[in-house]
Design a protein around this ligand. Structure first.
Ligand SMILES: NC(=O)c1ccc[n+]([C@@H]2O[C@H](COP(=O)([O-])OP(=O)(O)OC[C@H]3O[C@@H](n4cnc5c(N)ncnc54)[C@H](O)[C@@H]3O)[C@@H](O)[C@H]2O)c1
Length: 246
């Protein structure tokens, strides 16, 4: 078995790569190449096989080159976790065009290109599993997050379209919709005081009474990419502490 994880140098991607590394060869891909290689080394130190690759998921050439490198290293790709992401929280009047373009390119184009790059071979082999990282925010209204919510809803919607197109050909495509997870992304753009207050707020309001940890998401990703989820496709699955129930 062989899987690719994007955004794997940090947070949810890192935890998922480490977990998948227990049962498959993993390509650890991130725009932070040194970080990706560090996580690959962690997997190897734990007895797995991994390759750290620098990639910018907004570039078609870079994404296809990453998949080619993955194939050369470990053979056909069985699993993809398209997870790379960024956030720029701002009220609408402060969102500039460059931030809008980068958010949509990273999330929507990045997930599309990552899926496109692996799907051809998966179709030829009649097998494969994909998980795309959306968010609870795909289906919630959230102030100060117009670009992020737009991008995450697009990923959810694209996941359903891909599932309709490719599930009959043997490839399951699902999305995850995490709630608040304690990763560097949650801290970015916030002062240490704001970060601490955000964590406290979530501990107070979430039914499960705590922020999520990256491993809380990784276990769901591992499940969705495994045969145990063989009857699931086109779903948005929420490791979210009960933040959203619908
Ligand atoms: N943390 C949360 O509360 C939360 C909740 C819901 C969804 N998410 C989503 O989970 C995913 C992972 O986020 P995280 O919280 O682990 O954040 P993180 O910042 O810890 O990790 C994101 C990783 O993506 C990489 N990345 C960013 N742009 C890239 C690009 N163009 N090409 C390649 N790699 C790129 C970063 O270098 C980083 O290593 C994101 O898609 C995020 O939107 C996070």
């Amino acid at each position: 078995m062989h899987g690719i994880v994007t955004g794997a140098a940090s947070g949810i991607g890192r935890a998922s790569a480490l977990r998948l590394g227990r049962r498959m060869k993993v390509v650890v891909a991130d725009r932070d190449g040194d970080g990706a290689r560090r996580v690959a080394a962690e997997i190897e130190a734990a007895g797995g096989q991994a390759l750290g690759v620098e990639v910018d998921v907004t570039s078609r050439a870079a994404v296809f080159a990453m998949v080619e490198r993955a194939r050369r290293a470990f053979g056909p790709v069985d699993a993809l976790f398209a997870n790379a992401g960024i956030n720029r929280r701002n009220p609408v009047d402060l969102i500039n065009e460059a931030d809008w373009d980068l958010m949509i390119a990273t999330h929507v184009k990045g997930v599309f290109l990552s899926c496109q790059a692996v799907l051809g071979e998966m179709v030829e082999r009649g097998q494969g599993a994909i998980v795309n990282t959306s968010s609870d925010f795909a289906v919630m209204g959230v102030a100060g997050n117009a670009t992020y919510t737009a991008a995450k809803t697009a990923i959810y919607s694209m996941t359903k379209a891909l599932a309709c197109e490719f599930t009959p050909r043997g490839i399951r495509v699902n999305a995850i919709g995490p709630g608040p997870i304690d990763t560097p992304m949650l801290a970015s753009g916030r002062t240490p005081e704001q970060h601490a207050a955000t964590k406290q707020k979530f501990a107070n309001i979430l039914p499960l009474g705590r922020m999520g940890q990256p491993e809380d998401v990784a276990v769901v990703v591992d499940f969705l990419l495994s045969e145990r989820a063989s009857y699931m496709s086109g779903q948005l699955v929420h490791p979210n502490g009960g933040q959203l129930m619908w």
